[in-house]
Design a protein around this ligand. Structure first.
Ligand code: NDP
Ligand code: PHD
Length: 342
């Protein structure tokens, strides 16, 4: 079985990773199309040793594809995903536009693969927020073992999470230290070079940011509505790779040695946890990797049945493109879609 796939947002940070991930996992592709805005018409992007010319979203005929990997922002997705779904293909959407819609499944394949069957109402599947994805991949096997009651998480999110413009801003501000670039913040609210900013996405009425709210509500939808989550999301001057310091409180006892063994066996997880210099993973080392890395596992004696750990993943891969491609693989494996090209 082979599929006709369109990548919408193909010129962006996530879209380009989607194309390279489809190639790396050898997804069964019959035809592939790169789609972006009108201004990118004809712009070339690479896929598997060949060049694709971008087509204009407004003019593209979606009835000729089976799967749409959508990564063009929330407003574009709100305007287009439902319309595209009605033309036949399944849309796997990276934005936050559809995640909390009760008729749209929110999927991390290692956690809730069975939800894939719920995509038929709108032909849309939502890809979670990057910070949520890596956290729930780690929490799922621990929850199965000892039932999680509460999670407190602080994130250290790379500028790649703010797209190409975010990466350019860190680069320009870093060069500016040597008098070679721009210094004015545009994408971020304050200078990001040599700084950290405790603010991602918009502020909500209760003082939390929308990024922090997303980590809470998305974890409940994907993993278990009874789990309480409290997040603090911080932007750091790292180009790619999100890190998280996670504290978990379980209902039942689970010590660090048991947790380490469970995580060693868990899908999508790599444990690197040596208590010596360099015996842990940093975001720089996870770039381009598929796994979510766990280090610094410790019992947390400040609460009953407490555990703390460090969690790092490539936000453009597992946090976005890879998870979306794994959802496409799930559609294939479970026979959710039957392409006309079968
Ligand atoms: N970066 C990350 O870690 C994560 C990102 N996401 C989500 O993925 C989406 C894309 O993010 P990212 O790749 O980082 O962003 P970028 O800014 O790097 O890329 C945006 C892409 O969307 C396209 N686009 C924008 N407006 C339109 C339009 N009107 N019609 C067609 N295409 C359009 C752009 O095309 P053009 O070049 O023609 O303007 C470009 O290809 C966002 O929704 C983001 O929230 C989700 C999880 C993680
Ligand atoms: N907000 C994330 C990336 C992102 O685009 O998230 P969302 O798809 O939930 O808006 C970050 O900046 O790291």
């Amino acid at each position: 079985m082979t599929y006709r796939v369109a990548v919408v947002g193909a010129t962006g940070a996530v879209g380009r990773e989607m194309l390279s991930t489809l190639e790396e996992v050898d997804f069964p592709i019959k035809d592939i199309y790169a789609v972006a805005s009108r201004k990118s018409l004809g712009v070339e992007v690479s896929f598997a040793n060949r060049t694709l010319r971008c087509e204009d979203l407004e003019q593209f005929d979606f009835s000729k594809v089976d799967i749409v990997l959508m990564s063009a922002g929330g407003d574009v997705s709100k305007a287009w995903s439902e319309k595209i779904g009605k033309q036949g293909p399944i849309v796997i959407d990276n934005s936050s536009a559809w995640r909390m819609d009760p008729d749209v499944p929110l999927i991390v394949p290692e956690v809730n693969p069975d939800a894939v069957w719920d995509c038929k109402k709108k032909n849309i599947i939502a890809n979670p927020n990057c910070s949520t994805i890596q956290m729930v991949v780690a929490l799922k096997p621990l929850h199965d073992a000892a039932r999680i009651k509460r999670v407190v998480v602080s994130t250290y999110q790379s500028v790649a999470g703010a797209g190409k413009a975010g990466m350019d801003e860190l680069w320009d501000q870093t060069k500016a230290v040597y008098g070679l670039g721009e210094t004015e913040p545009k994408k971020f609210t304050k200078p990001i070079a040599f700084n950290v900013i405790p603010h991602i996405d918009v502020f909500m009425d209760d003082g939390q940011t929308k990024e922090e709210w997303k980590m809470k509500v998305e974890t409940k939808k994907i993993l278990d509505p009874d789990i309480e989550v409290f997040a603090t999301c911080v932007r750091v001057p790292v180009f790619v790779g999100h890190s998280e310091s996670i504290n978990v409180e379980f209902e039942n006892p689970l010590d660090e040695a048991e947790a380490r063994e469970i995580l060693r066996e868990a899908p999508g997880i790599a444990v690197v946890d040596k208590r010596e210099n360099g015996g842990y993973v940093t975001p720089k080392e996870c770039v381009g990797e598929f796994d979510t890395f766990i280090s610094r596992l410790r019992n947390d004696p400040s609460v009953p049945n407490g555990l703390a750990f460090w969690c790092v993943s490539d936000n453009l891969r597992k946090g976005a493109a890879l998870n979306a491609v794994q959802i496409a693989q799930l559609l294939d494996e479970r026979g959710v879609i039957t392409p006309v090209t079968a």
